[in-house]
Design a protein around this ligand. Sequence first.
Ligand SMILES: [Fe+2]
Ligand SMILES: [Fe+2]
Length: 175
Amino acid sequence: MTKSLEEKIQKDIEFQSIIKDLIENDTVLEMKKYRQHYETDCFEHCYTASYYCYKICKKLRLDYKSAARGAMLHDLFLYDWREKGDRKGLHAYTHGKCALENALKLFDLNEIEQNMILRHMWPVTVVPPKYFEGFILTIVDKHCAIEEFNEHMSKKRVFKYAYILFAALFLKKIG
Ligand SMILES: [Fe+2]
Ligand SMILES: [Fe+2]
């Protein structure tokens, strides 16, 4: 996440008040331990997705509070998905259910929040979300994954240019 987006999210008092109890919960904070896409951990991924869902759903006059809360918990699966371990089934198909089960152990969730967590992998999984808020999350989730990939690539590019510059300077010195 860029510094400016991070600051913007932090300054949004309404958004922060909607997700306050979630982001202060120790189990939710555990998502910071697990990498989601590239350098982005699961907590940051959910936090960003939550903010985008909140903004879009508010603009569309949907239930933006449920959208923000559901999105914040949508990847609460709490394991390293790159390691198979003794998990059954493919992560892409099963983690929505796993995240929902974990979230329900911690919070009272309404029908919209539950359904958007369970169905967020659509269309990879067959059954679509039941509510508009859930559809928004399916799009936002993919958008965040692309942003995380782009961030990774731009960092890689910086290292590549730094390396080329360093090599050129070195060659000039010994040449
Ligand atoms: Fe997911
Ligand atoms: Fe996600």
